[in-house]
Design a protein around this ligand. Structure first.
Ligand SMILES: *Cc1c(COP(=O)(O)O)cnc(C)c1O
Length: 229
């Protein structure tokens, strides 16, 4: 319901502001990525009307259907799901950022398609900071090599990093993971001389901790749109 969405939006913005202030950060330095996966276009439109401009989606087919009708030029879509190389061509017309670059074959396939379409694309590297076997993302120790491949790809613009914390982790583990991503970023930024400002970390359950640890993007679904069916 749209009235719920407006109330949720206000509450989330207040919590973002308070978390940023606790960390002596400017609340405006945190972008809320409204994770609208599984929710219909009407909910995206309602969130847009409530002031959200960045939306997170994780399935190519769903993106093509949901955004088939025209949308405002300042509505930006971030791909936050795992991406198969054979779907890239279908995805490119819709998205502004891929947050989930996790392997060399994806870098190569993105570069190939972007070149064909004469397009530049901002990307984040998804890193498996926690080292959980079933988690998506490049292992921390391989992130430098992957980053260099992105830097060498002329149509890809690296902007930073993304991670997912282990589900249901306690606060100490969450801080360890989020701080780990920030430290990795600091090191790779120093080594490559490439500005990598974006740290996409934190979801409905843990975004305040992520902001305290330096998140520039928090990906919030349920706390904004309600439970997914
Ligand atoms: C679904 C999803 C989110 C949002 O999770 P919520 O718990 O609904 O806030 C964030 N990031 C990724 C990668 C997701 O797939």
């Amino acid at each position: 319901m749209i009235s719920d969405l407006r109330a949720n939006a206000t509450r989330i913005r207040d919590r973002v502001t308070e978390a940023a202030e606790r960390a002596d950060r400017d609340p405006a330095s945190v972008t809320i990525v409204a994770v609208s996966k599984t929710f219909p276009r009407e909910d995206v439109n309602a969130a847009y009307d409530a002031g959200f401009r960045v939306f997170g989606e994780n399935r190519v087919q769903e993106i093509r259907e949901k955004y088939a009708l025209p949308f405002p030029a300042d509505l930006h879509i971030h791909m936050i799901g795992s991406l198969q190389t054979n779907k890239i061509g279908q995805l490119l017309p819709f998205i502004d950022v891929v947050e989930t670059v996790d392997r060399l074959s994806l870098v190569e396939a993105l570069q190939h398609q972007l070149e064909r379409h004469h397009q530049q694309l901002e990307v984040m590297l998804e890193v498996n900071v926690s080292g959980e076997a079933q988690k998506a993302g490049v292992p921390s120790e391989d992130a430098g090599e992957l980053l260099r491949a992105v830097i060498d790809a002329p149509n890809l613009v690296p902007v930073g990093f993304m991670t997912m914390a282990p589900f249901g982790a306690d606060e100490a583990t969450l801080r360890y993971v989020f701080r780990g991503l920030r430290n990795l970023r600091d090191r790779l930024q120093e080594e490559t001389g490439m500005p990598l400002p974006a740290l996409s970390m934190g979801m409905s359950n843990d975004f305040e901790i992520a902001i305290e640890e330096g998140a520039t993007h928090v990906r919030i679904g349920r706390a904004l749109f309600g439970e997914r069916l």
